[in-house]
Ligand binder design. Structure first.
Ligand code: AMP
Length: 220
């Protein structure tokens, strides 16, 4: 299965991509994680991406498109995957269509997670992330067992710098200005499915499975 998850920042794309990958044996491809890794390792790409990420703006299309095209080259290219956070602009969607065509890979579907802006601001304001395993927690709706510590590996949790309120507002503005354009692009090809993303993690997972009309996979 080859999926794209679309939705505003904080709609649960990362969490749902992780679940889908664990339960249905797919690769999770998150351009946000790839760019954060590049920044951690202080690569040229990481240095170029930093000012955009810091202010909630999109990293230029050519940088992100090249990074994704590289990931799909060679023997260990993903066969079954969930794209999380890519494509995010029309130019990225066109580039990704071409990458997939060259690799003879067809998309199974594109799932749009529907969550309204007020809920996004509430969620991201309380979101804490594990820098090691990338798990996310929420101070109110999904607190870790020990405050400030990842349940999975004991790493101290951090708040992403782009989850600060003014950056969240900019990320939402960018989503409405640019990513929303992708909806008709995939709808025209009969690939788009909409799933409500305001429930809890398992409700949202069930909604995704239902709109894709597939088996849920073993719980984990
Ligand atoms: P995310 O973790 O997907 O919310 O991404 C965090 C930040 O990384 C975004 O606010 C952008 O600055 C950058 N980023 C991630 N994916 C993309 C993309 N597909 N295009 C441009 N910038 C991206």
């Amino acid at each position: 299965m080859r999926l794209i998850l679309l939705g505003p920042p904080g709609s649960g794309k990362g969490t749902q991509a992780q679940l889908l990958c664990k339960r249905l044996d797919m690769e999770h491809i998150s351009t946000g994680d790839m760019l954060r890794d590049a920044r951690c390792h202080d690569t040229p790409l990481g240095r170029q991406a930093k000012p955009y990420m810091h202010s909630g703006k999109l990293v230029p299309d050519d940088l992100v498109n090249d990074m994704v095209a590289d990931r799909f080259k060679g023997d260990n290219r993903p066969e079954r995957f969930v794209m999380d956070g890519y494509p995010r602009t029309f130019a990225q969607a066109v580039s990704f269509d071409q990458v997939l065509r060259q690799q003879f890979l067809d998309l199974t579907g594109v799932v749009l997670l529907v969550v309204d802006d007020a809920e996004i601001v509430r969620r991201l304001g309380g979101r804490w992330t594990c820098p090691t395993c990338k798990a996310t927690f929420h101070v109110v709706s999904q607190p870790p067992r020990v405050a400030g510590i990842c349940d999975n590996d004991g790493t101290p949790l951090v708040q992403r710098e782009d989850d600060k309120p003014e950056t969240v507002r900019e990320r939402l503005r960018v989503y409405h200005a640019q990513t929303v354009e992708l909806i008709p692009h995939y709808a025209a090809r009969g690939l788009l499915r909409q799933a409500p993303g305001e429930g809890d993690i398992e409700q949202t997972y069930a909604a995704i499975i239902q709109v894709l009309n597939i088996q849920a996979g073993p719980p984990c």
